[in-house]
Design a protein around this ligand. Sequence first.
Ligand code: BGC
Length: 724
Amino acid sequence: MNRKKKAHFSFEDGVRAVRAGTLTPADVAERLITQMTNKELLWMLDGDVPLRAIITLPAKIKAGPIAAGAIPRLGIPGVQFVDGPRGVVAGASTAFPVTISRGATWDPELEEAIGLAMGLEGRAQGANYSGAVCINLIRHPAWGRAQESYGDDPVLLGQMGAALTRGLQRNVIACVKHYALNSMENARFKVDVTADEHALHEVYLPHFKTVIDAGAESVMSSYNSVNGEWAGDNKVLLTDILRDEWGFEGFVTSDWASGIHDAVRSLDAGLDIEMPLRMHRARELPKAIAQGLVSKESLHRPVRRILSTLVRHAAARDQIAPPKAVLASPAHRALARRAGAQGAVLLKNDPVEGAALLPLDPSIRRLAVIGALAVEANMGDHGSSLVHPPSSSSPLDGLREALPTVSITHVDGTDLAGAREAAASADLAIVVAGMNFDDEGERVENEEPSDTPIFGWPMNTLVVGWLLKKVARLISQFGKGGDRTSLTLHERDERLIRAVVDTNPRTIPVIIGGSAIIMEKWRHDVPAILMAWYPGMEGGRAIADVLTGAQEPGGRLPLAIPKDAAHLPFFDASASEITYDAWWGQRKLDRDGNRAAYPFGYGLGYTTFEMELIEHHASDADGVATVRVRNTGARAGSSVAQVYAVETSGASRVPQLIGFRRVRLAPGAETVVEVALDLSPTRERDPSSKTWSRRRGNWQLICDAHSPADFNAARPLYSDATSR
Ligand code: BGC
């Protein structure tokens, strides 16, 4: 926008007035709107990047924030967006462990600190808006972007997302995404996800509500369609539920470039900003206005929401703007390292000749590190959440740094004889195996381009096809990615693990990946397994910290690892239509009587704990459980007290997480802690009255270190045969 005559009342005047308590953010928005031309009002409703500049978008994203609705004449900054879930994608920022690894920390305090760090790094680069809060429930572990979310439990997703939001919003507005039911990658531009009112409100949306209740000021709609309407044009989602039912007062942006399909419909539905290009709205709205299809109020309403949110945020955020030196600062890298260790899940640590292999025996002299991934700083997919840290540490780097006096040999494992030889001559072998950005992640290439409506034109339209290919090439960051084609390791990795452990029983697989990996073909043959996820720029050091015992493995599974893909919900990566019901993950395993290989919430430390629910107080919606926790081992350490509600009158027991708390204790120490409870999993929503009430049945509470299978210690919560 060109500078015109000097404004009478600027955005900054408004921020000052809000801080002084003389105007509300809504007043300021109104005063700004009265000074805006129609063109300026329209300017606020989409990104500022012209469609023709699409080719330069990848470079812009890497360079700094992407603007939408900046109007210098009035001092309006617009939104200044930086992605994303594992760190700020612009500049040389800290690459934290991916979200699923942070979900495995079960530590909202740590997550809030990470949010603060990300917000500082974004703001230092001129951003006021972050796309980091991804909380889609992982309905199936094959979802290519599972790594961007905190797992598959609504309570865990909600609490971790709320923590990240609180941290971020001290410096930038948090954008919670992708609303809603976005948990398939390859088909994300075409799939219609159907969910009945119960599944929608009681399974797939509660965590969005939790994060919004925690103060999130923005929401991003998803690409897919929900119950027959594209999410970005979906009035039920964007107005009826989000605003009317939940009272959300912030603004909604679209997912990028094909997140809305009809400019007027999206506006009426309640979507405020089309991101990031001047596309549908810039093309269609002026005509629609001329035809009388868009009222003045329809234009003012979104602008009011955007401006009042921007003003409220600018007035409330931390007053001291961070310097660029916060990017990948020593403190932020230390945080990334700590999170990497705390998210690492020790799945197994059986004794070999009387002693567990982990933590590593300090008398080890020769170590074989095996696998091509051992020398990769494997930080996650190469999609929109790709971060470019100034340095990184691979597992081999981390081990060499931590164990300078140990002789460490590395072989990549492509030659099994060489791998055996390396393992045979070592005291212990570590096999690093798993996934990378080719196996899973966000994907821009589409196998069926003609099915994909992008930019309002069919994808096979020559010019758009050409543009997209060019962009995909330019963003050479994108690996193949997409949904996983298999839930197991690559066969070559399974062969490698077996060959190495056959040669040297002291073998520890360290597994890299963004979601559950089925391990049946080899897990019984190895004494120890560490699930490291994609542990970030300090990942190698974090893995070494855990292996050496400098840190305990703090992770607990944020989704169950099944024994068989057949135990999971139906998944069709190319589906055009799919129904999401209320049975997934650990709940589906429990209902169907299939034991997990490792249940939801599971993970070992280097010490042992006992925990017991001693009392609880609960109202309908929330409550507090009092839990006694004792460190029964010989080392200081932590565990996560997990409180589950379970209905016990039916044939199967399906525990639902309702609260958790990480507890750190010295060896032999005991403490009593309170765990805040969110009882929404025990409640149901009446679709006609939109009110919530207790589910019927005989409900009990239990505290355990993972999703329980034994309910002897359960205590009654309520028994209610009648309510509905
Ligand atoms: C992704 C979003 C992301 C956006 C901008 C889209 O492709 O789905 O998660 O925030 O790009 O980077």
